[in-house]
Write a protein that binds this ligand. Structure first.
Ligand SMILES: Cc1cc2nc3c(=O)[nH]c(=O)nc-3n(C[C@H](O)[C@H](O)[C@H](O)COP(=O)(O)O)c2cc1C
Length: 241
């Protein structure tokens, strides 16, 4: 067993050393991961299932392109009313990931409970393959990110930091503007999945299988520099045109 190194040291218990916290030489303090291969996922599925957020279309503008992708892993990240913040977890395989990294901004657009069509339009195809926002009414927000006109509400956000998750990036962003547009409730994935057509569900499962394979292969490859000071250079970003 190596006390630290390139991530191939395994204990019999399944714990694996994936990074050193600080300093050189012999160092036992570090970052450890344990695979859940021996755990029955069914035990935690109801808990994990309750963690998904309302459905949002995360929109961005970069190098002249407007785009939006569906996301169910956002959350509030500030208790200070005059400094509202959010987090958004964006998968590295998504075109939006590069767009947000490049522009340093995104907007969270919340569909109303009946706007199921957003899932197909923004969540089952990539902006690499076409202009997803063509035909949709929207305007640029203060950050340059597209704000969809017909929605439940939106938040326009500027990235202040990012944490690498190997397969995804968790962006921390300040909310610079926002509002609710319609009464009622936003759309939740746990409700939407009962109501979407079977062929959308099939397309989602197929797409998801490829993404899970990418995640499985990459989620241990975390750039640990993010923990000390962040790797995201907010000053270098902001290239929205
Ligand atoms: C219901 C649903 C939930 C999704 N949740 C997320 C998510 O939390 N984070 C993420 O990065 N992608 C999520 N996606 C996947 C992206 O929306 C999808 O890969 C999209 O095609 C990416 O578009 P882009 O390549 O134009 O960025 C979700 C998709 C669906 C349909």
């Amino acid at each position: 067993m190596r006390p630290y190194g390139d991530g191939d040291a395994w204990f019999a218990s399944g714990w694996r050393f994936v990074g050193k916290l600080d300093g050189d030489g012999l160092c036992l303090a570090g970052i450890w991961e344990r695979g859940a291969e021996d755990m029955d996922y069914g035990k935690i599925a109801p808990v994990m299932g309750n963690l998904w957020s309302p459905i949002v279309a995360v929109s961005s503008r970069w190098r002249g392109q407007d785009n939006a992708q569906i996301c169910v892993s956002i959350g509030g990240a500030s208790i200070v009313a005059e400094r509202p913040r959010v987090v958004a977890q964006i998968y590295r395989t998504n075109h939006s990931h590069d767009m947000i990294m490049g522009s340093g901004a995104f907007a969270l657009n919340f569909p109303r409970a009946e706007q199921l069509d957003w899932i197909k339009a923004f969540g089952l195809v990539s902006g690499r393959d076409g202009r997803k926002l063509d035909g949709w009414e929207y305007a640029a927000g203060a950050t340059g990110s597209p704000l969809l006109a017909d929605c439940w509400g939106w938040l326009d956000c500027r990235v202040v930091n990012a944490m690498d998750g190997g397969d995804m990036t968790c962006f921390l962003a300040e909310v610079v503007d926002g509002c609710t547009v319609s009464p009622g409730q936003p759309l939740w994935w746990r409700d939407a999945r009962q109501r979407i057509p079977e062929d959308w569900m099939r397309a989602w499962n197929e797409k998801q299988a490829a993404e899970v394979a990418f995640s499985r292969a990459n989620m241990s490859g975390i750039k640990r520099g993010a923990i000390r000071g962040g790797f995201f250079n907010a000053e270098g970003a902001g290239e929205s045109e």
